[in-house]
Design a protein around this ligand. Structure first.
Ligand code: C2E
Ligand code: MG
Ligand code: MG
Length: 713
């Protein structure tokens, strides 16, 4: 044999007669076969294992082991099972033929051999064997694929009621093929009790409608694990369209289901707390609303926001924050499970743990379903606040956390998911605004306020571009002489949509949404511009006080911005007074102190506004380069009748004098109040007694009138 012969079919001839080999070689090589020759059975078996022939020709009668034994031995070899073996017998007697087949021969041929005919036969046998081989291989592949896909097929014959299962189905149902009889009721026994009706209906439907059906159901297992199968049922019709059977496939989809469960978990649950997330909560709420609608019952949505969670996160890090959220989730879940009302309200056994969800951040929602009385929601809110009030120790830190809770009730506060959630959120916002650690039911007028606020926020965008902000000026006068020494610039907003807005209507909002930074910058620029103009009109000696909000003071680049404006208008900073609130000062961190000193270095005067309403202590004030205190209006209002206020104002004035600070009394409305201030050595006064804040033209007239008055004296 040469290498080029490799692809030619190979014949192994086992015969003790050398002449047969000669003939064989001649005829076979002529017909395109290769030949391997063995002169006895043992040699034949040996050569078979070396050459793996495509076909074997064995003489029956040989010395040593005869042809039958040789054939039987070859069949036992790993590759010998499917190789065609042709027996060459001396006669065609039945016994010999039978023995040939018993030994595993594929066919037999009688001597003398007609080589020309035999060659065709060999060719045919090799071809048949290779087709068989391929079929076997592809069946093996299919079964392997089915095994891998955990997929099996079945067939049911209506005539004899016989059901056939492939091996994989036995495996899927964990049944032994030797013992289990695949009959319909046996099969149904393997289905999870809760899904039996589904399977029975599926089969009925397929038979009745003669249409294919797909089912997914659970399988009963000995262990407690959940196994799912997908079952496809197809109908078999004969040529006359009569139903003669059913067939289909069954696939074990437990793994896929587990993945789906995992995906669902990620999509519907919060990873930190394990609670349902927003999407899941909305689904639960939708279902609960349908139920409440049908049963004409109340339902409550509680919206909870933690008080001071940001501070925990900022001070101790996110890890501690996450652990705290987890602990809170646990406390509420456990608490709700224990509490009477919640169990009365819960969605039933299956949903008990889903009453509470985490929407994100430090926001949680609680759904109280089938609420007997709306007031019961308040009890739950109170309980939650009680559970949270207990100290939590995390990572060695003792944490106390509270929560503000808003409550919206179906149907009065909204009939849909989104609106109920939104209104509960609005109520929560109000609870937070009016002091933390409270709960609050939703009222319709809250909505009006929110809408108004939204409108204000929308319009705010154009306040500066459309030049809608104004500064009004209120005189600050010398307490004794009553003469103008300065003014406070107070912001107003003339909005075409909203009308005239006082600071209280929009400054708190601007402080929250950050607009105050730009508004405040505008005010500083505007007073500098105004001062420049007044300089040319003889009013350059008046100080102008500007109010600063805390976000402004803490913004990056605040000092350079102030410097740039002063440089832009080339003004002397000494005319400028910045009014700061006690909250700004109270932060008392390095940055605040630095900023105050830098302002001082620039030459700007610093005043504490609304003094007495915050918690400034003497020791604080000593640390800052302040110029004056403005006594809050609330202490002036009832002077000199209210003796407490008398004492307070006197103390403030003494304190100021000790610290060498100037004093301004704010909100002086009566001559008696003015006299009190004069008698107690308060230097300057601001209040309606002299004038309300005025537009710039009026303020100018006020000053001109004073000048004219002086001249006429
Ligand atoms: P504030 O700085 O304490 O200003 C004094 C407030 O008291 C002014 O109210 C003024 O009109 C009012 N007022 C003065 N004298 C009397 C009086 O005799 N009786 C009564 N009943 N009220 C008097 P306004 O203009 O409504 O300003 C309210 C607050 O808005 C200001 O309180 C200030 O904190 C803030 N604000 C005003 N303009 C600005 C600004 O440009 N920026 C910042 N950040 N806040 C501003
Ligand atoms: Mg002020
Ligand atoms: Mg004030």
């Amino acid at each position: 044999m040469t290498d080029s012969d490799v692809t030619l079919p190979l014949v192994l001839l086992i015969d003790d007669d050398p002449t047969v080999h000669l003939w064989a070689k001649r005829h076979l090589s002529f017909a395109g076969f290769k030949l391997v020759s063995a002169l006895n059975g043992d040699e034949g078996i040996e050569l078979f294992q070396v050459h793996f022939p495509d076909i074997v020709l064995v003489d029956v009668e040989m010395p040593g082991i005869d042809g039958f034994i040789t054939c039987a031995e070859i069949r036992k070899l790993p590759n010998g099972k499917n190789t065609p073996i042709l027996m060459v017998t001396g006669s065609e007697d039945a016994e010999r033929v039978g023995s040939s087949f018993d030994a595993g021969a594929t066919d037999f041929v009688v001597k003398p051999v007609n080589w020309k005919v035999l060659i065709h036969r060999l060719g045919y046998m090799i071809k048949a064997s290779s087709i068989l081989h391929q079929l076997e291989k592809s069946q093996l592949r299919l079964s392997k694929a089915q095994q891998m896909a955990k997929l099996g097929h079945w067939e049911f014959n209506i005539g004899d009621k016989k059901l056939y299962w492939s091996d994989e189905i036995y495996e899927i149902f964990q049944q032994n093929p030797a013992v289990f009889i695949p009959e319909q009721h046996n099969f149904l026994d393997l289905v999870h009790d809760a899904d039996k009706h589904l399977v029975e209906e599926g089969f009925d439907k397929a038979l009745r409608n003669r249409t294919p059906i797909n089912l997914t159901y659970r399988v009963r297992t000995k262990t407690k694990e959940e196994r799912f199968v997908e079952h496809q049922i197809d109908v078999i019709l004969n040529a006359q369209s009569q139903l003669i059977g059913l067939n289909g496939i069954i696939q074990d989809v437990s793994e896929r289901k587990a993945h789906e469960k995992q995906v669902r978990y990620l999509a519907y649950y919060d990873e930190v707390t394990g609670l349902p997330n927003r999407a899941c909560f909305l689904e639960l709420l939708t279902k609960a609303l349908e139920l409440a609608k049908r049963n004409k019952r109340h339902l409550a949505v509680l919206f909870m926001d933690l008080d001071g969670f940001k501070a925990v996160n900022d001070s101790f890090g996110h890890q501690v924050g996450d652990l705290l959220l987890k602990e809170i989730a646990k406390r509420i879940t456990d608490g709700l499970r224990r509490s009477d009302i919640a169990s009365r309200c819960s969605l039933g056994e299956e949903h008990q743990s889903t009453d509470i969800a985490r929407l994100g951040g430090d926001e949680f929602t609680i759904l109280l379903n089938e609420l007997a009385r709306p007031e019961d929601a308040a009890l739950v809110a109170e309980n939650i606040q009680k559970w949270l009030a207990e100290i939590t120790e995390i990572g060695g830190h003792q944490l106390v956390i509270g929560a503000s809770i808003g409550i919206a009730i179906y149907p009065q506060d909204g009939e849909g998911c989104e609106i109920l959630l939104k209104n509960a959120d609005i109520a929560m916002y109000h609870a937070k605004k009016t002091g933390k650690g409270r709960y609050q039911f939703f009222h319709e007028d809250m909505n009006i306020k929110i809408k108004q606020r939204q409108l204000i926020e929308k319009c705010m965008h154009q306040a500066l571009p459309k030049n809608e902000l104004r500064l009004h000026y209120q005189p600050i006068v010398n307490a004794i002489s009553g003469l103008l020494i300065g003014t406070e610039a107070l912001m107003r907003w003339e909005s075409p949509q909203l009308g005239f807005l006082a600071p209280l209507d929009f400054i708190p909002i601007a402080e929250e949404n950050g607009f105050i930074i730009k508004f405040g910058e505008w005010a500083i620029r505007e007073v500098c511009r105004q001062h420049k103009e007044w300089q040319t009109q003889g009013m350059g000696h008046l100080t102008i006080a500007v109010n600063l909000s805390s976000p402004q003071f803490n913004q990056a680049g605040f000092i350079p911005m102030v410097e740039a404006i002063i440089a832009e208008f080339e003004v002397d900073p000494a005319f400028l007074v910045f009014e700061l609130t006690e909250t700004i000062i109270m932060a008392n961190n390095r940055k605040v102190v630095d900023t105050l000193w830098k302002l001082k270095e620039i030459g700007i005067k610093l005043s504490i506004d609304d003094f007495g309403t915050g918690y400034s202590s003497l020791s604080y004030l000593k640390n800052f380069p302040l110029d004056s205190l403005k006594i809050d209006r609330s202490f002036i209002k009832d002077l000199p009748i209210n003796l407490d206020d008398v004492a307070i104002v006197k103390a403030i004035l003494m304190l100021a004098s000790t610290l060498s600070l100037q004093t301004v009394a704010e909100g002086v409305e009566t001559p008696l109040q003015r006299d009190f201030m004069v008698n107690n050595k308060c230097e300057s006064i601001q209040g309606f007694l002299f004038s309300k804040p005025m537009p710039v033209d009026e303020f100018k007239k006020y000053w001109q009138a004073e000048v004219a008055n002086k001249l006429s004296e």
